[in-house]
Design a protein around this ligand. Structure first.
Ligand code: PLP
Length: 344
């Protein structure tokens, strides 16, 4: 393989350190890891391998193809989107992966197929996936081998009454099923306090550097550092413009670098005229429009930066979200397939 002109430097120590912090914040509850969407774009197998070495035992993906991609790693995988008819053969054959049953129909399907251990999602107020608490009370899960009964918080990153309401509705289900464990909190939910942790927490975004709550700001480290190679360096004379629709015009003669990154890589047009990169500690502002595969930087401050050199894109998740208006989730899962992913 030819090395790509763009890469994600992935800090494995930061990933593990983030998990250890979230595990400590989870108190006596176990701390799992959401690795759906290919480990939020970092590469699920590499994430799982590192977190399993650190002691993580519970992993969450969205689909059965994502579960199959983790085969052979010897870890327990819960498939959050449950089990459609077409998933059933894979679900029954999967050794260490189990469905998170979300609907009455999925519970029936699993029973009729003679399925074994499963998880169950109960909806406590988000109205996304999950069976109703009333269905649990009515005995829907009686006799089912439920490993983990879970629910999901709609507003964990906000201080709103719905959090306590969801927690109370969920807590009321304790002892109503044969479930060995109960699980409610995602990353931000862990910060809501010990009574949200139950037996198992399910952080995702904060493992990968996401910070939505003040309590995490000091402790959560950046994991993903996009780095991009310069394809060309040019002098743009005063009065000339750069890029599509000529949205930027040089006020004075300006040194400009063209880098191998664009919106097809997840570096969206909202970074036009707003984003920045770094050459060491020299700041390089994005100028003009971000194109599909290319972006221009003002490199006046970096006289030695040359064709073939690498720069690091500013991509701290909380700051970049504030700058761009994109969510931290969109920022990290949008990074595309053209990046090499290099762990260190
Ligand atoms: C994605 C997801 C998580 C992880 O959420 P973060 O906000 O990324 O921490 C946990 N539980 C469920 C059900 C999810 O879908």
């Amino acid at each position: 393989m030819i090395p790509a002109p763009l890469r994600l430097r992935l800090d494995g120590d930061a990933l593990v350190s983030n998990w250890r912090f979230l595990a400590a914040m989870s108190g006596p509850a176990a701390c799992g890891a959401a690795v759906k969407a290919n480990g939020y774009g970092l590469g699920a197998r590499e994430v799982v391998r590192r977190l399993a070495d650190a002691g993580c035992r519970d992993f969450f993906v969205a689909t059965w193809n994502e579960a199959l991609a983790l085969a052979g790693l010897g870890v327990a995988v819960s498939v959050l989107h449950g089990m459609r008819e077409e998933d059933l053969p894979a679900a029954l054959a999967a050794g260490s992966a189990r469905p998170v049953l979300n609907t009455v129909q999925q519970v029936r399907r699993w029973r009729e197929a003679g399925g074994g251990a499963c998880d169950v999602m109960v909806d406590t107020g988000m109205n996304r996936l999950g069976i109703r608490p009333e269905d649990v009370a009515a005995g829907l899960l009686d006799g089912l081998a439920v490993e983990t009964l879970m629910s999901h918080l709609a507003c964990a990153d906000e201080d709103v009454p719905l959090n306590a309401l969801q927690r109370e509705r969920f807590a009321a289900l304790a002892g109503r099923t044969a479930a060995k464990r109960m699980s409610l909190a995602n990353s931000a939910g862990i910060a809501l306090g010990a009574d949200y942790a139950f037996d198992l927490t399910r952080p995702g975004i904060s493992l990968y550097g996401g910070v939505q709550v003040a309590a995490f700001a000091e402790q959560i480290r950046q994991v993903v550092f996009p780095q991009v190679q310069l394809l060309q360096r040019r002098l743009v004379p005063a009065g000339q413009s750069v890029g599509y629709n000529a949205t930027w015009t040089a006020q004075a003669d300006t040194e400009v670098a063209i880098i191998n990154l664009g919106y097809a890589d997840g570096y969206l047009r909202c970074f036009s005229g707003k984003g920045r990169a770094w050459a060491g500690d020299i700041e390089l502002p994005v100028i003009g429009r971000v194109s599909m595969d290319l972006t221009a930087l003002d490199v006046s401050g970096a006289p030695d930066l040359a064709e073939g050199d690498w720069v690091t894109i500013d991509y701290s998740l909380p700051q970049t979200a504030a700058l761009s208006g994109l969510s931290q989730y969109e920022l990290i899962t949008g990074l595309g397939g053209r990046f090499d992913r290099l762990w260190e």
